[in-house]
Design a protein around this ligand. Structure first.
Ligand SMILES: Cc1cc2nc3c(=O)[nH]c(=O)nc-3n(C[C@H](O)[C@H](O)[C@H](O)COP(=O)(O)O)c2cc1C
Length: 792
């Protein structure tokens, strides 16, 4: 993985990494996989566990299970020969056959490198292992990302087989630029010098890319209608390398903020500056104006637009507008600091009148407001909410649960008035205008009444806290509400000591505010542009925002370690990691980076047709179900460290059912066969990278402080080997591994496939997007994005 991953790993960096999910030490599968699907190797490759085996009991694989041979479509001359039948593994239950450990590395001579948890797999065939067991091991080396991004390496192939007993996992992916030999005098934990002159004098471990990173602009499929379109196809848009000296170029998630609606455009200008996206200078913008797409979204030219007659309706004057915007900005959800002071009737009346003036579908005004003051009723409601709160807490990963315990999520007993807002979906009869096609408009309308109420309450100095920890039917029964009503909101209302400046959840570190620029799209979804700005180039913008580690915090961390009562370097990688965490968080000592989230990217590969793996492509989708059901080893590790797991479908060949934890972000249903053409287009490669970037920033905005990643994609070690060969210059034979434990014949074919693809495309390592497009996978590209997004 590229990126300025500061790899200070003191290991030999010049050794090609073997793209192999070779078997790892047997790791008992953590829990039963939910799915009973049996990943079934399609082609005869020896080492695959044969019969269904309980996940919990790793079985030795049946090396020579004979099974029907699978024809390899596309494997034409001089392609792979159909695999010999004898190697065909028999059907395996998913629970049993946890896809094999992704990453065993048959690279005995790989540089040793502190690998904490990895247990060398001395013997060959390991029983079922999950794909992700290897994952975590690998990750251990990757944490050097700015956002504490960890790469769980991937394996893609489900079954472990006789893999050369290798030891441990791969050495960390260490970007070449930072490759350093360990200093002889200082074994581990030595700060590495960085060249490029952009990092201050303090020694540090993990510089962001020391050289400017070039992100070649994509050949635009069609001319950009908006001004300041990126340059010509061939041109390369240099993305300024991050420099501490250019604070304005840099934006970290912490800096992100939406602009108050009443604030001027200053913020937007800064955003525009911060991105390298084609700077738009007003003059040139004006010059280009005629080519701009109409901002009203219509295709009508000016000539067809209705001619204004007379002056437009007057806006509010400045003071009035400021007051409106102020109340919106200063409205807060309040749970703490309520007072018991009673609310005068006239005040509550004004608030309810404001609610009652809300817009509604077909003017159906579907709301009712049930005002509750009784302590008994509030106690009953409090009890119901507490039960749901406990249930939610139990559902959380440990990292989140810890945070959640500290949060107050309701003030039912602390407030003198509670208001239940309902929606009557039948009000107005069957022909209510606008509700025919979209019945949900009824509760939406009531939600607008809630917002009006909330704003009016703020203007009165009343705090409002929305409680959504109710089983709606339970509440309807407890309050004796008519059964046909939907409960839209339960609000706690009262005077407060103060209104916090920011959402309480933000103050508690539970979430971050997403900037406006992430959510405004021009004309088509994904073309993000604030009004008056050119569309953002997400990739270039992300790269430009990557900052070096904070040199001061890094230096302090290093100094602190020197003062500790231990031999220098005694804690190995931990010393490096802890210093990096200081640099990342800009504090020493650093906070524990939790909660954490694992994003597993999944995709299929056209090169599968070349017979590079015994496993059928469908296993990718089966394993996705396994991850989502909590049955993979990845889930076990995640549970152990309290991390959340999500799976991002960036290119799985089949349609995946909507499932909690699945992010449907398919670029295409599998890549094309890299031996016959490019795996994907440049545009698709970039799209997949952007999926990764967005995944990273969404997870961070949701409050995660550490990101881990991994992948799932049958046949993806073929693509990995090709990528590694291009970026390291190593011969395919050196970096093509046995994946899930393929036999010699299949390995030879796989190596040949890699070689042919490289010969066909001659990918240029200086053009990483081109390389990904030619021979990569959607999940590889998305992981690139996640790492960049995490670092930015
Ligand atoms: C539909 C909805 C349901 C909510 N439910 C709860 C809740 O059950 N408990 C809670 O503490 N806050 C709840 N909130 C408040 C949000 O957490 C809060 O609006 C958000 O953190 C932003 O903070 P702000 O409203 O102060 O800007 C809810 C808000 C909405 C809009």
């Amino acid at each position: 993985v590229p990126a300025g991953v500061p790899a200070e790993a003191p290991q030999a960096l010049d050794e090609p990494r073997v793209a192999d999910d070779a078997p790892e030490a047997p790791v008992p599968a953590p829990q039963e996989a939910p799915s009973s699907v049996a990943p079934e190797p399609a082609q005869g490759d020896a080492q695959v566990p044969d019969a269904p085996v309980a996940v919990a009991e790793p079985e030795a694989s049946a090396p020579e299970a004979s099974a029907p041979e699978v024809s390899v479509p596309g494997a034409a001359e001089p392609g792979p020969a159909p695999s010999p039948a004898p190697e065909q593994p028999a059907p395996v239950q998913v629970e049993a056959a946890q896809p094999a450990p992704p990453e065993a590395q048959p690279a005995p001579e790989e540089a040793p490198h502190p690998q904490p948890d990895v247990q060398p797999a001395p013997q060959p065939a390991q029983g079922p292992q999950s794909l992700m067991d290897a994952t975590m091991q690998q990750e251990q080396e990757q944490e050097q990302e700015e956002a504490a991004v960890v790469v769980a390496d991937g394996t893609a192939e489900p079954v472990v087989a006789h893999a050369p007993a290798t030891g441990a996992q791969e050495p960390a992916h260490v970007p070449a630029p930072v490759a350093q030999e360990p200093h002889p005098a200082q074994p581990v934990g030595q700060f590495l010098p960085v060249d490029g002159g952009q990092v201050p004098t303090t020694p540090h471990l993990a510089p962001t890319p020391p050289e400017a990173v070039l992100v070649p602009p994509e050949a635009a499929p069609e001319p950009e209608p908006v001004a300041a379109a990126p340059a010509a196809e061939e041109a390369v848009a240099p993305v300024p390398a991050p420099r501490e000296a250019d604070p304005e170029l840099v934006q970290s998630v912490d800096d992100l903020d939406t602009r108050g609606a009443d604030e001027d455009d200053h913020g937007a200008e800064e955003t525009a500056d911060a991105t390298e996206a084609p700077a738009v200078d007003p003059a040139s913008q004006e010059a280009l104006a005629p080519q701009e797409a109409p901002h009203d979204g219509s295709s009508a030219g000016p000539a067809e637009a209705p001619q204004p007659v007379g002056p437009a309706a007057p806006a509010y004057d400045d003071a009035e507008r400021a007051a409106v915007l102020k109340v919106m900005r200063e409205r807060r959800d309040i749970r703490n600091g309520f007072r018991s002071d009673p609310i005068p009737h006239e005040v509550l009346l004004r608030v309810l009148e404001a609610a009652h003036t809300a817009p509604s579908v077909g003017h159906s005004q579907p709301w009712d407001f049930v005002v509750i003051r009784s302590a008994d009723t509030r106690r009953a409601m409090h009890e119901l909410a507490t039960r749901q709160r406990d249930a939610y807490a139990k559902s959380l990963p440990k990292g989140r649960a810890k945070q959640f315990k500290e949060l107050k999520i309701e003030a039912i007993l602390d407030t003198p008035v509670n208001i239940v807002v309902t929606a009557d979906p039948t009000r107005g009869g069957r022909h209510t205008l606008g509700r025919h096609t979209q019945p949900q408009m009824a509760p939406y309308s009531s939600a607008l009444a809630v917002e009006n109420l909330w704003l009016a309450a703020r203007a009165e100095g009343l705090g409002v806290g929305w409680v959504s920890f109710f089983d709606e039917r339970e509440m309807v029964r407890a309050l004796g509400l008519p059964e046909h009503l939907d409960v839209v909101a339960y609000l706690c209302v009262g005077y407060v000591d103060e209104f916090p400046d920011e959402p309480e959840l933000m103050q508690a570190g539970w979430s971050k505010r997403r900037p406006l620029s992430w959510v405004v799209h021009e004309e088509t979804y994904g073309r993000r542009a604030l009004p008056g700005e050119a569309p953002h180039d997400l990739l270039a913008e992300t790269v430009a925002q990557i900052r070096p580690l904070d040199a001061k915090a890094l230096g302090e961390a290093w100094e602190r370690q020197k003062r500790m009562t231990k031999p220098a370097g005694a804690l190995g990688m931990l010393e490096i990691i802890s210093a990096q965490l200081s640099g990342l968080s800009r504090q020493c000592p650093p906070p524990i980076p939790e909660p954490a989230a694992v994003a597993v990217f999944a995709g299929d590969h056209g090169v599968h047709a070349q017979g590079v793996t015994p496993w059928p492509q469908e296993v990718t989708a089966q394993m996705v179900a396994n991850f989502l059901g909590g049955g993979a080893v990845c889930n076990a590790f995640a549970t152990q460290v309290g991390a959340e797991v999500c799976v991002v479908d960036v290119g799985v060949a089949t349609d995946l059912p909507a499932t909690p934890g699945l992010l449907p972000r398919k670029v295409r249903a599998g890549t094309s066969d890299m031996t016959t053409g490019t795996a994907m287009t440049r545009e698709e490669a970039k799209q997949a990278i952007e999926v990764g970037i967005e995944t990273a920033r969404d997870l961070v905005a949701a409050g995660n402080k550490a990101l881990l990643t991994g992948e799932m994609g049958i046949a993806n070690t073929t693509a990995s080997a090709a990528l590694i060969s291009v970026f390291t210059g190593a011969d395919p034979a050196e970096v093509t591994g046995r994946g899930t434990g393929i036999n010699d014949e299949t390995l030879a074919r796989k190596t040949e496939v890699v070689r042919r693809a490289l010969e066909l495309h001659q990918p240029d390592p200086a053009d990483p997007i081109g390389v990904l497009a030619a021979i990569g996978g959607f999940e590889h590209a998305a992981m690139v994005g996640l790492l960049l997004g995490g670092a930015s």
